[in-house]
Design a protein around this ligand. Structure first.
Ligand code: NAP
Length: 292
């Protein structure tokens, strides 16, 4: 009997114990009939080079990269492609013709969630990003290329905000505006916004009562309020938006879409969104019921 070797895929980060990616990718492989297994590996920064060599040596099918390695991994790869080339941040490594290529599916993952779940097309919209870290960077570069009418970057560290603005201008020609959370102009920006996104970790389990300081009450009633945090599914920020009658978008959709895009890069096949979303939604609901 001929047996076909099972292909190994994985996640490199630290910590990774809480990650939903193994659930998502193993179910995606099952749905697609792919003979693969996806495991998470806790990798310290000093071990990253050896871990990337293991991807080559074990002929792994691909890996995802998460905190704290998304930028640190770049020197170990043969080249970057797509959004990773622009942002310098990698969340998916793909073996291509004996080389390891770094991609980023975070920005596109959010856009797919925005379009399919939030029913919003970003072109021509005024977008407010709260936070200027890795996820905000991925989204900002996408928005810069999607023809948004305005992009406001709200950060607590003016140098970091200025750095992202400069990179956007330099690499895409797009001019975003930088603001702090305490700036009076934030009221006017909030009143005109079509889309407000929490790209900070505020509200993430276990600090579920936290939320970014943003005047949601002055937003117009069609302003879509999105959160990248997905645990809990409904953050304090989204709960306030819902109380105000504003439409909302949870972070789980982005997580599922970025995983679908990674799976497609590795296998050439696109797993279906609905069963994967339901699976992770159920797992998170169980976690929330457990923690009360
Ligand atoms: P990150 O690189 O650490 O960036 C976090 C940003 O939030 C930074 O700008 C940070 O400011 C800011 N911030 C942190 N605490 C703050 C506070 N108390 N007040 C104001 N700003 C604050 O993290 P990330 O990778 O961008 O991730 C951000 C969040 O998005 C996390 O919760 C992550 O789980 C989530 N995420 C979700 C998905 C998804 O698929 N749904 C994907 C990626 C990320 P400083 O720079 O000054 O520290």
């Amino acid at each position: 009997m001929k047996t076909v070797a099972r292909r190994l895929f994985g996640l490199f980060g630290d910590p990774v114990g809480h990650s939903l990616s193994p659930h998502l990718q193993n179910e995606a492989f099952r749905l697609l009939g792919i003979n693969g297994v996806y495991l998470s590996f806790a990798i310290k920064p000093a071990e990253l080079g050896a871990a990337v060599e293991a991807v080559r040596c074990l002929k792994m099918g691909g890996v995802n990269i998460t905190i704290p390695h998304k930028e640190r991994i770049v020197p170990y790869l043969d080249r970057l492609a797509g959004d990773a080339l622009l942002t310098g941040s990698v969340n998916t490594v793909v073996p291509e013709d004996g080389k390891l290529v770094g991609y980023s599916t975070d920005g596109e993952g959010f856009l797919l969630s925005l379009r399919h779940q939030g029913q919003m097309e970003p072109a021509g919209k005024k977008v407010v990003l709260l936070g200027v870290g890795g996820a905000a960077r991925a989204l900002a570069f996408r928005f810069a290329q999607e023809g948004v009418a305005a992009l406001y970057l709200v950060g607590r560290n003016p140098e970091k905000t200025a750095g992202l603005r400069a990179d956007l201008l330099d690499r895409t020609g797009f001019s975003a505006r930088g603001l702090s959370f305490s700036e009076p102009a934030l009221m006017k920006v909030a009143a005109e916004a079509d889309l407000v996104i929490n790209a900070t970790p505020l509200g993430m389990f276990p600090a579920v009562k936290e939320q970014p300081a943003f005047p949601l009450a002055v937003c117009h009633r069609d302003c879509l309020v999105a959160d990248l945090v997905y645990h809990p599914l409904e953050t304090a920020f989204l709960r306030e938006a819902r109380k105000l009658g504003l439409p909302t978008l949870e972070g789980l959709g982005m997580l599922v879409y970025q995983g679908i895009l990674a799976c497609r890069l590795w296998t050439g096949l696109t797993p279906p969104f609905a069963p994967l979303f339901q699976l992770l939604n159920g797992l998170l609901a169980k976690k929330e019921a457990f923690h009360g």
